[in-house]
Design a protein around this ligand. Structure first.
Ligand code: HPA
Ligand code: ZN
Length: 341
């Protein structure tokens, strides 16, 4: 008999919603502060962890942007990425499409190239030494204006052959997707994939806008889409992938209890949901922990776990032949596993 953690660990899976700055563990935060001769407003790792109690998204973002201040050099960004990849390699993750927030760094004087070169170096090493492949998604910060997003796209120009797509993150309410219509169009014209956070705290209208105004390829979160049956119908008809983040939703009070999380309901409605960690250093768990805690709380069946694993590849931006190969591996693994639930 295989138990749930063993079954989940061996299941080939991808992570499609991960902010690399949100994988900064307090231990590395202190190490980088020491290396860069910076003062932190905390005296210990325990004190940092104790500060991670959030009432909503903005509470978290304030501390997340503050934490990112220790990232200064190419080596810092490479170390950050590698620390994350080591954790998810152990969870049986095979592919990651990771977000980064260049404006968080360029606005404090760190050149775009330092951020991108450091992350790309970490990603290359993770592929060779850990067997975890990855792609980068550049996120525009939605609390800033569209001109600032355009400036970021211009900075990214020399790197566009190494960037998969663009996304939209940060404070959602009051910053609808339509605010970024022109820069998303310009990004699409440059051959980039498009994703956007929508329906985490924002209303179903923001999800409609992400679909109809931005023309996104994926919706990040999408929880509040469930409030609008017509929107659910549309998402199902489009086969639109939702990158759902249960432990994040719990920590940011999007749900009160993991047992009430809508993931199982989403699958039942025919929505193409995936399971992801969002900001694992802040929300209490990496990819594996999200899978196990959610499966436990919702009683996900083996068939549902297999669907989630398949969705993580069919919802990815990997080439079709790689997706097919991973689907075949998932089927082979599931039929050979003694796990039954
Ligand atoms: N939501 C919006 N913006 C973010 C998040 C999130 O969960 N994490 C990092 N930036
Ligand atoms: Zn997110």
């Amino acid at each position: 008999m295989s138990d749930l953690p063993t079954f989940v660990q061996g299941l080939p899976k991808a992570e499609l919603h991960l902010h690399i700055e949100g994988s900064l563990e307090p231990e590395l935060m202190f190490e980088l502060a020491r290396r860069n001769r910076l003062d932190l407003p905390f005296r210990s790792v325990e004190e940092v962890r104790a500060a991670y109690a959030f009432g909503n998204l903005q509470d978290f973002l304030d501390i997340y942007y503050q934490g990112a201040g220790v990232l200064r050099t190419e080596e810092d960004f490479k170390d950050l990425a590698l620390a994350y990849f080591r954790r998810v390699a152990a969870d049986g993750c095979r592919h990651v499409e990771l977000f980064f927030d260049p404006q968080t760094h360029t606005d404090r004087g760190i050149p775009f190239a330092v951020v991108a070169d450091g992350l790309l170096a970490g990603m290359a090493e993770a592929e060779t030494s850990l067997g975890v492949g990855s792609g980068l998604i550049l996120c525009y910060l939605r609390h800033l204006d569209e001109d600032a997003a355009f400036a970021t796209l211009r900075m990214a120009e020399p790197y566009l052959d190494r960037i998969l797509g663009v996304g939209l993150d940060s404070s959602e309410v009051g910053h609808p997707p339509s605010k970024f219509a022109r820069v998303f169009r310009a990004s699409r014209e440059r051959g980039l994939k498009l994703v956007a956070h929508a329906g985490e705290e924002g209303p179903p209208e923001y999800v409609w806008e992400a679909l109809d105004v931005l023309g996104v390829d994926r919706i990040d979160h999408g929880n509040r889409a469930l409030e609008d049956p017509k929107l659910v119908e549309r998402l199902v008809a489009d086969g639109m992938t939702l990158t759902v983040c249960p432990l994040s939703n719990l920590k940011l009070c999007v749900v009160d209890d993991l047992a009430e999380h809508p993931l199982k309901r989403m699958l039942g409605l025919g929505l193409k949901a995936t399971l992801n960690s969002d900001d694992p250093a802040y929300f209490g768990g990496y990819l594996g922990r999200n899978w196990i805690a959610t499966a436990d709380a919702l009683g996900l069946t083996k068939a549902e776990l297999v669907t989630l694993a398949k969705n993580s590849f069919t919802g990815s931006f990997l080439p079709p032949e790689t997706v097919q190969a991973r689907l075949a591996e998932i089927d082979a693994y599931a039929s050979s596993s003694a796990y039954s639930q």
